[in-house]
Design a protein around this ligand. Sequence first.
Ligand SMILES: NC(=O)c1ccc[n+]([C@@H]2O[C@H](COP(=O)([O-])OP(=O)(O)OC[C@H]3O[C@@H](n4cnc5c(N)ncnc54)[C@H](O)[C@@H]3O)[C@@H](O)[C@H]2O)c1
Ligand SMILES: O=P(O)(O)OC[C@H](O)CO
Length: 449
Amino acid sequence: MPLLVGGGAMAAAVLVGDPSLFNVLFCPPSMPRRSLSLGGKNLMLHQPPKPISPRLILCRSGAGALDPAAPEKEIPKVREGGRDQRKAVRIAWEKLVRWSRSWRSKAKTDVVERTKKVVVLGGGSFGTAMAAHIAGKKAEMEVLMLVRDEDVCRGINETHFNSRKYFPNHMLPENVFATTNARDALLGADFCLHVVPVQCSSSFLEGISQHVDPKLPFISLSKGLELNTLRTMSQIIPQALRNPRQPFVVLSGPSFAVELMRKLPTAMVVASKDKNLAGTVQQLLASPHLRISSSSDVIGVEIAGALKNVLAIAAGIVEGMNLGNNCMAALVAQGCSEIRWLATKMGAKATTLTGLSGSGDIMLTCFVNLSRNRTVGLRLGSGESLDDIISSMNQVAEGVSTAGAVIALAEKYNVKMPVLTAVARIIDNELTPKTAVLELMGLPQVEEV
Ligand SMILES: NC(=O)c1ccc[n+]([C@@H]2O[C@H](COP(=O)([O-])OP(=O)(O)OC[C@H]3O[C@@H](n4cnc5c(N)ncnc54)[C@H](O)[C@@H]3O)[C@@H](O)[C@H]2O)c1
Ligand SMILES: O=P(O)(O)OC[C@H](O)CO
């Protein structure tokens, strides 16, 4: 693949046709160059001295890629440089390793040691993946999933698979069990993971509240806003349980269930008003393939997690309409600003919005086809009706309901949110994707804020 040199060439490549035909790179003037005429324009070209391939950086991928026992492929040297420079880099790396080791030596492990039982509310895609993750931390720990479906329950207990809709190829650890009985599920639990879709969480929790210990810490993984009340999970859970003091943390960030299940490296954030509880849950969940940061910004993490699903629908629409990469980048950047405008007015910290639960999850959900919200958008953009899309899906896409709630919140906090409002209008079938794009492109050209 030829390599285009310099900004002029890059602009020219875009003008003359398909930029994907080129490796585009800025090179030092000392590199040998040749010129080429392309589409009537003279471009400077050269072949790279060595092939530059992502494979040199990402040697291995997939499940088990982090297994320390697996043989390491030799990484070819791709960078020339003086001995002093290499030494400086090595020293910087060694400093990082020492710092990391001293942290790890101080890290507490008592939470996992003293945890005997974890209950997981919700037997869907993410509930199953998180149950498997926690069970993998200690074989003696009981991880009990509360599910609705008797068949799913039997499948998990008898075959160790949740294969009816999810993960037919992933055997669950032996210490994962299931029940349909809320009392049995909650009895004696040390922690509770809440992984039920937002719109049905309140009624579900009201139905089981008599079995919930008022001191049981709730870890919420559900991402969304309740449609009519505009509540987040940190409001829904204590209200449904009629206990304003129910210990609560929210866990969010870029994390597709299937990748967690495959033990691929993942990073998330826990947020709680109770710093000790955030630290405790961090310890409970962190593993060699799951990094957990902590935060006190509950509203920031919740709003970012809820709104990224609506933005992912917008990104899918752009993809479905084949509007190109420029459009996608512009849309996602605008969406990030809209999320920041609303979230900061609601009290979120700007740093949260550029962290894992904000930018991290926005990148994952807007750009990766595994996202169900993006898939809804993609199908809307390709001309399918929302009813057809929803009736053919067997998993939740939280952004569909959250879209309506966002617009009500935007009004309440007096924030203009053109992209997210357009998504809500498309979902309400009041605007076609095409008209929405034309209207968004016609908005006043304003100063960037
Ligand atoms: N799947 C992921 O990769 C992922 C990652 C991070 C967060 N989440 C969040 O986790 C939450 C759950 O997502 P999921 O992927 O597990 O969804 P899912 O559609 O795979 O499963 C939903 C589960 O909730 C149960 N459920 C549905 N309605 C219910 C009701 N009325 N009462 C009780 N249970 C009910 C279903 O039986 C099912 O077990 C969502 O808020 C989602 O945004 C999902
Ligand atoms: O499949 P989605 O769109 O619900 O996204 C799943 C997770 O939220 C990704 O972090």
